[in-house]
Design a binder for this molecule. Structure first.
Ligand code: SF4
Length: 494
């Protein structure tokens, strides 16, 4: 998972001064910090499209790009990126945005391109070679090469649309792309989503004529942009300072936005598909409460695992007429903890991040609400902590269905063998199978009960089309077995 931002400033002033966007991108990236902490980067382009500048670094935005770097990033158009690697490792060479010299293109993306190997081979046949393991690089090379085949210089809108058609034909997987280049003689910000629109994107406008495109609307809010629209699947949007966007529909295969964005990744104040993520999580909590009632689960208090599960826990508490209590405090300032050699130090590492309030837990039957279970490693330790401080009973309630399949579209959620729920089921959850899975998983975790949402309940709560492949195994964009194997092998090696 990653986050991208692209900003193009408003028209030049009467004195000819153009709007420098790097400082705004720095702020917008901080609003997206939750989408990736491995590396951050900003790249800008001059008004005449001849000079490009970069700053990229490892770590969070404020570590990777300092105030002094911003002066070295002039220009009215810029891209920014925060990275959480799903392909390759967290190394500087893989940090985005990327740049291609001919004809001079900046690009960043969020998603996961699944046929990198095939693209690399096809590019090598044209003597174009890659310098990183970041999957945006082959997409950038395919786009730039198609542009250069259209004409050697002075590229026009129709050249870019033609080149993006080539990207759409050749590049597989999920991508929400943002690019910056000179088109029709003007700095142009290009936004492009894959034919399924799996990863999010939002465009915003501001009164001064500036435009922004970002992974989440929270970046728009931070900079005073109004939410304009979410580009449709397969749509190209061209943004120029002080002008209305140009929108072009390429091939769409039907929308399949990632449902996990609402469950876990996006910020609750983000707007996706005309709804806040907070509202979506609240609806998931209401659906979860209905399942808990149906199963006859009883408790004294409802408690979220902070922070993502809080809206759903609020909904569960309201629906079941139970008090909502905070039993864990998240330490926002703890850094990365390293692999701990024994159980005692592993528990210490968890308590550094998530410390229980024993008086809220001791002697109570706690309905503990969490967003999802992927590997289950942290959750197991949370439950051990609750036992240590004397919870009378723990009833685990999860506002998502069991994760039974890996994601190949940009969320690094383990290989199939590592998925917690997969240990207790063959993946088919019809009839009594869900109840058997919940009982086996509860016994394994040592809790009194475990309740997941069904895929049907998830659909009812979310509404609309979606990708839910990690739950139901239906991958909207086919991935050949060889590509799946390559991605899983890469994850195992990390
Ligand atoms: S498989 Fe899951 S995490 Fe991946 S895009 Fe689909 S819903 Fe999102």
């Amino acid at each position: 998972m990653c986050g991208f931002v692209g900003v193009i400033g408003g028209p030049r002033t009467a004195e000819g001064a153009s709007h420098a966007v790097a400082a705004e991108i720095h702020l917008a990236l901080q609003a997206l910090q939750h989408r990736g902490q491995d590396s951050a980067g900003i790249a800008t382009m001059s008004q005449d499209g001849r000079r490009f500048a970069f700053r990229r670094g490892l770590g969070q935005v404020s570590q990777a790009i300092g105030e002094g770097d911003l002066a070295a990033l002039p220009g009215p158009l810029g891209l920014g990126h925060v990275r959480y690697p799903t392909v390759g490792r967290g190394v500087l060479e893989d940090a985005q945005p990327f740049f291609y010299r001919q004809p001079g293109v900046l690009m960043a993306h969020n998603g996961n391109i699944t046929n990198v190997g095939a693209l690399e081979e096809a590019l090598a046949e044209r003597s174009i070679h890659l310098m990183s393991r970041c999957d945006v690089e082959p997409a950038l090379c395919v786009f730039s090469d198609a542009l250069m085949q259209a004409r050697p210089a002075g590229h026009r809108t129709e050249d870019a649309l033609g080149a993006l058609r080539v990207v759409q034909e050749r590049v597989r997987g999920s991508y929400s792309l943002v690019a910056g280049l000179l088109l029709d003689g003007e700095p142009t910000l290009v936004v492009f989503r894959d034919p399924r629109g799996i990863r999010p994107a939002m465009v915003g406008r501001r009164e001064d004529g500036a435009w922004i495109a970002a992974s989440e609307s929270v970046s728009l809010d931070a900079l005073g942009f109004q939410h304009a629209f979410e580009p449709a699947p397969g749509e190209v949007v061209l943004l120029r300072g002080g002008r209305e966007p140009e929108r072009h529909a390429l091939t769409s295969a039907g929308a399949a936005p990632c449902v996990f964005e609402a469950i876990y990744f996006a910020r609750p104040d983000a707007v996706m598909s005309d709804r806040t993520v907070y509202e979506a999580r609240f609806a998931l909590g209401e659906a979860l409460a209905a399942r808990l009632r149906e199963k006859g689960v009883e408790g004294d208090v409802v408690m979220p695992v902070p922070d993502t599960a809080r809206p759903a826990a609020t909904a569960v508490a309201e629906a079941l007429h139970l008090p909502l209590r905070e039993g864990f405090i998240k330490n926002r300032y703890s850094g990365r903890t390293f692999i701990m050699p024994d159980a005692l130090t592993r528990k210490a590492a968890l308590r550094l991040k998530l410390n229980p309030i024993p008086r809220e837990i001791a002697g109570r039957r706690v309905i503990l609400v969490d967003d999802s279970i992927v590997r289950g490693t942290t959750l197991r330790r949370v439950i051990e902590l609750m036992d240590d401080v004397g919870a009378a009973e723990v009833h685990l309630a999860v506002h998502a269905p069991p994760v039974l399949h890996p994601c190949f579209y940009g969320i690094d959620m383990s290989t199939r063998d590592e998925l917690f729920a997969r240990r207790f089921t063959d993946g088919v959850l019809q009839g009594e199978a869900m109840a058997r899975l919940e009982a086996a998983a509860a016994a394994n975790l040592g809790v009194s009960s475990l309740t997941w949402l069904t895929v049907g309940a998830l659909d009812d709560a979310m509404g609309g089309p979606r990708c839910a492949a990690c739950f139901d195994g239906v991958y909207p964009e086919p991935i050949p077995a060889a590509d799946r194997a390559a991605i899983e092998a890469d994850r195992r090696a990390c």
